[in-house]
Design a protein around this ligand. Structure first.
Ligand SMILES: C[S@@+](CC[C@H](N)C(=O)[O-])C[C@H]1O[C@@H](n2cnc3c(N)ncnc32)[C@H](O)[C@@H]1O
Length: 252
């Protein structure tokens, strides 16, 4: 099955985020955002990445479709199953959880959690656009308490924004939840500079019966994502990522 972003969603994203901004402004903001992700790590824990209309538009128009595509590829390859509910931790615009939900024949309910109010609103909008049964709320993932039942938790590109103590506490929570049958899927960039803690997280997940994978995909980028990619001097035609998965170990 070919993995692609839903075209209606992409068209609605363009209409929403290019209404008041020119492409050159979004490109400039994308450069700043990508340098914040790679170099200015402390700013991320203060939530600065999503400050300002330009960076928000860049995130929604560029990173959200990219994360949607990466998640869709990884879910298709790992086949982690069809839960009744997907909780999307650090949901951003909701793209990663939505990609998993859209891949399921029987669409799960979604719950997006993010500390940033803009992200919560944007996730609600994404779920509506994709006709998904979801809600989103503000919350700190470090204090997250998982619901019981036929649940999956996805944490895409968020663990690297947490402080060490927060990430370790969340890993404890996720591993505990997996013992009740909750599926856990973690996605992160491949760069060791961004995820120096990966070896520890990997050992915890493998020790709990999970698996670790590295991915190198050739992506069919949507036209606007490809334009922004080139204009900002990036290159995401080949995209790399890594994932940790604990499948459903037993009925919850
Ligand atoms: C790089 S974005 C990834 C968003 C989304 N998961 C995706 O794949 O597109 C990281 C998100 O995590 C959120 N975040 C960071 N730390 C958080 C925390 N402690 N609690 C809740 N959300 C957090 C940020 O606000 C941001 O929306």
């Amino acid at each position: 099955m070919a993995v692609a972003c839903p075209s209606d969603w992409l068209a609605a994203l363009e209409a929403r985020h290019l209404a008041d901004l020119r492409l050159a402004e979004v490109t400039r903001a994308l450069r700043a955002l990508s340098s914040a992700y790679v170099e200015r790590r402390p700013a991320l824990t203060r939530g600065a990445a999503l400050d300002g209309a330009g960076k928000r538009a860049a995130f929604a128009l560029f990173y959200a479709p990219l994360h949607y595509l990466m998640t869709a590829h990884i879910v298709e390859s790992l086949d982690p199953g069809m839960p009744s509910t997907i909780v999307d931790l650090g949901c951003g615009t909701g793209a990663a959880g939505a990609a998993w939900a859209v891949s399921c024949d029987r669409r799960p309910r979604l719950l997006g959690i993010d500390r940033h109010p803009w992200a919560v609103e944007e996730t609600r909008w994404t779920y509506r656009q994709l006709q998904l049964d979801g809600r989103a709320k503000r919350g700190d993932v470090a204090r997250f308490r998982p619901p019981r039942g036929d649940v999956a938790i996805i944490a895409a590109y968020v663990l690297n924004e947490l402080r060490d103590t927060e990430r370790i506490a969340l890993m404890d929570t996720l591993v505990d939840a997996s013992r009740n049958g909750t599926r856990i899927l973690i996605l992160e960039p491949i760069s060791r500079g961004v995820t120096p803690w990966w070896g520890h997280a990997r050992a915890r997940i493998e020790g709990a019966g999970g698996r670790a994978d590295e991915w190198d995909f050739t992506l069919d980028l949507p036209p606007l994502v490809a334009t922004l990619d080139r204009a900002a001097g990036l290159d995401h035609r080949r995209a790399k990522a890594r994932s940790l998965l604990i499948p459903r170990l037993r009925s919850g």
